[in-house]
Design a protein around this ligand. Structure first.
Ligand code: KG4
Ligand code: ZN
Length: 344
């Protein structure tokens, strides 16, 4: 089955063609960074309009790269939530109507299920069960995955998501949007011991997170170090390093705790913050020291992309799921509401 996957839930337009026999045939990504940079964050209406401009050209490019035409497609999968409603509607309208015009099925995909299954696009996909650390701009969750659609939420952030905390701290330091990668690059040049950020909620049992206190600590540290409102480059780098170390340590502590608590040996990391090099290295070391293994998607499939949507959609299409003709999207949609493919 050849599935076209469309991702338009936020600020990236992703398109891919996945073949259930041959694997990923092509993928194309367009990032809206330049559109939102001057505003310091995603402007929803501009995001929707840019998806309108880019979705069809990217579909043409992805098909050309796979040496296919639309007639060769067997189904279409599009992100139907969670995300920005206008942005989601662009991919859903394009995907649902393309499938209707071709007389093929379409399926709406949960964005976080896409992230969760992204490591399965790699050559040695992880076997079930595993623990997933989902860390994106909107979510920080630890999920026990017993199979596709069989998700048990073990813990989540009570306030800001890890990516959101990176973005907000970066903004306070005057770094360009998107803040996560910029803060991380700066952190690589700083001293992570100079400012001792807290490791929130690690001193009590449980698997929930809280990152909003790190934001306050960042603001206070900036105010203490700034001279006439200006922060020296070395101070900025040291604050970035201290902040990144705190987020990574906190995530690592909770992941180890989740593995111990469930007795599961395998951890997968998914979502945009999974692109963070320090997090990848530290989690690998920590989990291997427990005798477990860590699986990540390749860097380009950690952040939003069409390949993960085509793959997740294909699993549900193979089980006979398909969307009706109404174009519907779900801006807020807990992943635990999902069922195993075909179970309705
Ligand atoms: O999964 P994603 O592309 O979009 C959402 O579904 O939210 O994640 C985007 C988030 C942003 O908050 C971004 O700053 C963060 O992932 N991010 C990073 C890195 N790359 C992306 N955070 C820390 N270090 C990175 N290298
Ligand atoms: Zn995402």
């Amino acid at each position: 089955m050849r599935v076209l996957g469309l991702e338009t839930s936020c600020d990236e337009t992703g398109v891919a063609v996945f073949d259930t026999d041959r694997g990923l045939l092509s993928h194309r990504l367009y990032s809206q960074i330049a559109v939102h940079a001057e505003y310091g964050g995603v402007v929803p209406e501009l995001a929707s309009r840019d998806h309108v401009r880019k979705t069809l050209p990217l579909i043409k490019e992805a098909l050309a790269e796979a040496e296919l035409t639309v007639q060769d497609l067997d189904a279409v999968a599009y992100t139907s939530g969670p995300g920005l409603v206008g942005a989601l509607l662009v991919g859903a309208c394009a995907g649902r109507s393309l499938a209707w015009s071709l007389g093929i099925p379409a399926v709406g995909v949960h964005h976080m299920e896409g992230h969760l299954l992204a490591p399965m696009l790699e050559d040695n996909p992880p076997a079930f069960p595993f623990i997933a650390l989902l860390v994106s701009g909107g979510h920080t969750q630890l999920v026990q995955v017993d199979g596709i659609g069989e998700y048990t939420l073990l813990g989540e952030s009570l306030d800001d998501a890890a990516g959101e905390a990176f973005d907000k701290a970066a903004k306070m330091m005057g770094l360009p949007y998107p803040g996560g990668p910029a803060l991380s690059a700066l952190a690589a040049t700083g001293d992570d011991q100079r400012f001792r950020f807290p490791r929130p909620m690690t001193d009590r049992p449980g698997l929930d997170f809280s990152f909003s206190g790190l934001k306050t600590f960042t603001r206070t540290t900036i105010l203490q170090q700034a001279v006439d409102g200006v922060l020296a480059d070395s101070d900025k780098a040291d604050i970035a390093a201290g902040f990144e170390a705190a987020v990574v340590d906190t995530l690592t502590i909770k992941c180890k705790r989740a593995l111990k608590q469930t007795g599961i040996q395998r951890l997968i990391i998914a979502g945009g913050v999974g692109a963070n090099k320090r997090l990848r290295a530290q989690l690998k070391e920590a989990v291997e020291s427990l005798g477990g293994e860590v699986c990540y998607p390749r860097l380009e499939f950690c952040t939003d992309n069409g390949a993960m949507i085509a793959f997740a959609g294909a699993q549900r299409l193979l089980a006979g799921e398909s969307a009706d003709l109404a174009v519907s999207v779900v801006p807020r949609w807990p992943m635990t509401e999902l069922n195993a493919p075909g179970a309705g």
